[in-house]
Design a protein around this ligand. Structure first.
Ligand code: HEC
Length: 140
């Protein structure tokens, strides 16, 4: 097959697969996110000290640092506030564990159409995240 024809075929194949042309961009932003997440995890011991987190909240703190939450929320200066997400280091003053379990699984049910649902994390991880959030009552 002649090179120009092959090139044309690749373009057609790409156009017929939705999002094909965005692929390289998505891959690199995921890679960047992973690097950021692993850096975020280094802050967990400082979070635990400043917030006087109980031991059972630490697993959830690590999940929080690693699950993409800090793309839209901050926690004691770590992360970024995007698309209206707020700082969550005092989240436990507003709501309790049960609320967070339901909220993080399905934010849409709480009128939040921006935050993606995290139900795929499963009940155990949602509980760990929620223990962390409910224990987060601000730096003390
Ligand atoms: C794409 C952005 C985005 C991501 C990613 C995201 N959130 Fe959100 N989240 C929001 C927005 C926007 C709101 C609504 C404004 C607010 O309350 O911060 C929100 C609200 C919340 C609330 C309610 C806060 C309150 O006090 O009522 C909780 C809890 C929460 N997010 C936890 C999480 C957790 C945990 C993760 C990661 C598993 C996460 N979010 C990931 C955007 C995001």
């Amino acid at each position: 097959m002649s090179p120009p024809l092959r090139g044309a075929l690749i373009v057609v194949a790409c156009l017929s697969v939705t999002g094909c042309r965005d692929e390289p961009k998505r891959v690199s932003s995921n890679a960047a996110r992973e690097v950021l997440s692993s850096e975020n995890v280094q802050h967990v011991p400082a979070w635990a000290r400043s917030e006087r987190l109980p031991k059972r909240a630490v697993a959830g703190a690590r999940l929080f640092a690693l699950s993409g939450c800090t793309n839209c929320h901050t926690y004691l200066g770590v992360g970024a506030r995007n698309v209206g997400g707020r700082d969550l280091s005092s989240a436990g003053l507003r709501h309790g564990q049960r609320y967070f379990e339901r909220y993080v699984a399905q934010p849409g049910r709480f009128g939040n159409g921006v935050m993606p649902p995290f139900s795929a994390l499963g009940a155990r991880k949602l509980r760990q995240l929620s223990v962390f959030l409910a224990s987060s009552k601000g730096a003390r």
